[in-house]
Design a protein around this ligand. Structure first.
Ligand SMILES: C[S@@+](CC[C@H](N)C(=O)[O-])C[C@H]1O[C@@H](n2cnc3c(N)ncnc32)[C@H](O)[C@@H]1O
Length: 426
């Protein structure tokens, strides 16, 4: 069958025969939860897990994921939701045994994520804690794998001291941690009567994995598709999908569901980051100003107070350096009575900019020296002044003609005006 005809469908075959369906190196990401070991009867011949020995079960899973490995592009990833289990009260560490099999195939384990399931059955067996999480194991096929962490950054719960240390915060927000808290879907959340299947994965969990691992148009695979939750979400997020499922009743249910929701329940703001543009801009402004303050102080320490003031402004130029977020022009006003050579000042500034801490600011600096303050401020301009110690709160806003009266106390000049009340951000 041509691969295009395989796409956007669920195929009623045994996952062990995946290579007969999907061509090599064609899948971008696989997201799946394998059948449970000897616990659930999925009601079909040839099912993996039910009635098997543990070793036979692990070998069958290895067989399936060997096929998935072959079907996966070099840059592709595999995400497996899997849990430990108990036999006669003892823990069977399935995720770790599974990982060993995966390494034999060539999969590289990249992340162990704890999926905190929130609501679970409230009872606890004697001598055991409540089982409230599963593992999400992320594997890659090679060292160059797709991982779009900027798609899932968030500004929630960011510590308040970002005002003083803007260089330590990504302006797009924090990358997610390794514990994910997504409640398990309740019956009915997939439409009344749809989910008679055992454990559909939560929508939010699938969405996060898809955002992290794929872009629109990518091919998403689930070789144990069950309710088809992964496939429906992939469809809703404009990815192509391929499902494999042995129980044809589940496949029929999936098709009815997809038709009913007309697009698989796409998220409203799928690629949107939760950080606002204001936060992004605030972090950059703070970085630009703090950079000026740190540089001003370091140059003056090294060159016996060679600088009188420094002006910091965004430049319209494009960044050329790796990891640079913006290009900024720093105009340094030299103190005439010190009389330091221009070349010397520029050399020191360039050297300092290539070393930590300044090299960590994501700023591509452009240095200029000037002899007089009037060379850095236009005659009819008003600017913000910052002191040698504080660049998160404007010290004074002044017109150009008042500048010479206050220079010395305020040393960083800019059209950027930030005014964060320190006591709110300690
Ligand atoms: C844990 S469930 C998957 C649940 C799914 N992630 C969801 O969100 O609904 C495992 C699925 O694997 C299917 N299965 C078991 N053995 C299989 C095999 N050999 N080939 C394909 N599917 C199989 C079962 O019918 C079951 O639907």
């Amino acid at each position: 069958m041509k691969f295009q005809a395989v796409l956007n469908n669920v195929h009623n075959i045994d996952a062990r025969n995946i290579c007969s369906l999907i061509e090599s190196e064609s899948v971008d990401v696989t997201i799946t939860s394998p059948p449970y070991f000897d616990m659930k009867d999925y009601g079909c011949d040839g099912q993996i897990g039910f009635g098997q020995t543990y070793d036979a079960y692990l070998d069958d899973l290895k067989n399936v994921f060997e096929g998935v490995f072959r079907c996966t592009k070099r840059t592709g990833t595999l995400w497996v939701v899997i849990d430990a289990l108990r036999k006669s009260g003892e823990v069977v560490p399935l995720p770790f045994d599974f990982d060993r099999k995966m390494r034999e195939i060539g999969w590289k384990l990249r992340e162990i994520i704890i999926w905190e399931k929130d609501k679970t059955v409230p009872w606890v067996h004697k001598g055991q804690v409540r089982n409230c999480f599963e593992y999400v194991l992320m594997f890659s096929k090679s060292d160059e794998y797709n991982f779009y962490v900027d798609n899932v950054r968030s500004c929630e719960n960011i510590k308040k001291w970002w005002v003083k240390y803007p260089e330590r915060y990504n302006p797009n927000g924090k990358a997610p941690g390794g514990v994910w808290d997504f409640p398990i879907p309740t019956q009915g959340s997939w439409g009344s009567g749809y989910v008679r299947h055992f454990c559909p994965l939560p929508d939010e969990l699938i969405e996060r994995i898809l955002q992290l691992s794929s872009v629109e148009g990518d091919v998403v695979l689930d070789p144990f598709s069950g309710s088809g939750a992964v496939l429906a979400k992939a469809f809703g997020m404009n990815r192509a999908f391929v499902g494999i499922e042995l129980n044809s009743e589940y496949i029929d249910m999936f098709h009815r569901y997809l038709a009913a929701v007309d697009g698989g329940g796409a998220s409203k703001d799928i690629e949107g980051r939760s950080c606002s543009k204001d936060f992004y801009r605030a972090i950059l402004d703070l970085r630009v100003l703090k950079y000026a303050r740190v540089l001003y102080k370091k140059i003056n320490d090294e060159l016996d107070g060679a600088l009188l003031a420094m002006r910091a402004e965004y430049s319209t130029g494009c960044t050329k350096k790796k990891n640079a977020l913006v290009v900024v022009e720093y105009k340094m006003v030299l103190r005439q009575d010190v009389g330091c050579a221009v070349d010397k000042v520029l050399d020191v500034a360039t050297r300092l900019s290539g070393k930590a801490p300044l090299s960590k600011f994501g700023i591509e600096p452009y240095f200029v020296t000037c002899e007089r303050v009037c060379d850095v401020v236009a005659r009819d301009e008003s600017v913000s002044l910052y002191t040698e110690r504080v660049t998160h709160k404007v010290w004074k806003k002044v017109a150009a003609r008042e500048l010479s009266d206050v220079l010395g106390a305020g040393v960083i000049i800019s059209s950027i005006c930030v005014d964060f009340d320190e006591s709110n951000y300690e």
